[in-house]
Design a protein. Structure first.
Ligand code: G
Ligand code: G
Ligand code: MN
Ligand code: NA
Length: 255
């Protein structure tokens, strides 16, 4: 309860911030910065609280709706700034919680945020999970259709860990599959991980979806993903999620 009330005040107190993790495109086995995933952070009296400790609490109440809107605003503003500063092709991925998609005016508010920040809809990716799709309500489905109608892309996050039937991949307007890091972490040594990762990459490509491999931590995994023609990669091997200022330093270093 103490946690809930602290979280309720955190927005006014400016205690939330975003970290950004690079998402790289593989071109001839070489990674090029293509976009970033924005990840919510909460600093409670100077201590960074692990997301697993506070995001579920926000999601259990409606707190995630207001905080989620702040995340969208902040991420769109930041990535638009980076685009104007020279990273013209950079896209921005933001995680959504089901509560946000249960708001009847979600798409209108999203349109307003894109308008206010000047970020093109095509530069935004919204990440949703299989569990969210399985709620399968009309409201959620309408919101997803409207989002896609704006030209914002939808990514299915943590793919392979839920109980989503493959039919869902066609029923919803999805553009991107993110292969869960639990599969990538076993590659290339573990035969089962390798076969599953290969199958998901192939499935995505056959369905005309783009594929992002998450949780890449080693060169050997990158080599495997290059051989499998996986188009996008993300993970500690490239960078941990870091504050905006720190990521900006990386742009200037790479020219
Ligand atoms: O930040 P980290 O990489 O530890 O993320 C932990 C979990 O929190 C992930 O499952 C991620 O999707 C989720 N998460 C991070 N930021 C947000 C956010 O802004 N909104 C929602 N709904 N989930 C988030
Ligand atoms: O569920 P989602 O994919 O949104 O979660 C993102 C989470 O994954 C963040 O907490 C981020 O810190 C974490 N993450 C990103 N890259 C790696 C990685 O290479 N290894 C591990 N173990 N976690 C990662
Ligand atoms: Mn994600
Ligand atoms: Na994930």
């Amino acid at each position: 309860l103490a946690l809930e009330s602290a979280l309720a005040q955190a927005l006014e107190r400016n205690e939330y911030s975003l970290h950004y993790q690079p998402i790289c495109q593989l071109v001839d086995g070489k990674p090029y910065l293509a976009g970033v995933e924005a990840l919510l952070r909460w600093s409670d009296q100077g201590r960074l609280v692990p997301p697993q400790e506070f995001i579920p609490v926000l999601e259990a109440s409606s707190g995630i709706v207001r905080v989620g809107e702040w995340v969208l605003q902040e991420a769109c503003r930041q990535v638009r700034d980076w685009q104007l500063a020279g990273q013209a092709q950079m896209h921005c991925a933001v995680n959504l919680s089901i509560r946000q998609l249960q708001e009847h005016d979600f798409a209108d508010r999203l349109m307003l945020i894109l308008d206010e920040t000047g970020l093109a809809p095509g530069s935004l990716v919204l990440e949703i999970t299989e569990t969210l799709l399985m709620q399968d309500s009309m409201l959620v489905r309408n919101n997803l259709q409207r989002i896609a109608g704006l030209g914002v892309r939808l990514a299915l996050d943590d793919f392979g860990t839920g109980y989503c039937s493959l039919g869902y991949l066609k029923r919803f307007p999805l553009h991107i599959l993110k292969v869960d890091r639990s599969f990538i972490s076993g590659t290339p040594e573990n035969a089962e991980s390798l076969v599953i990762s290969r199958a998901i990459i192939g499935l995505g490509q056959s369905l005309g979806l783009s594929v992002v491999a998450e949780g890449v931590e080693e060169q050997a995994q990158l080599d495997f993903l290059t051989a499998e023609h996986c188009p996008f990669v993300q993970g500690y091997w490239f960078s941990r999620p870091i504050p905006a200022a720190q990521l900006q330093e990386m742009f200037s270093e790479s020219g």
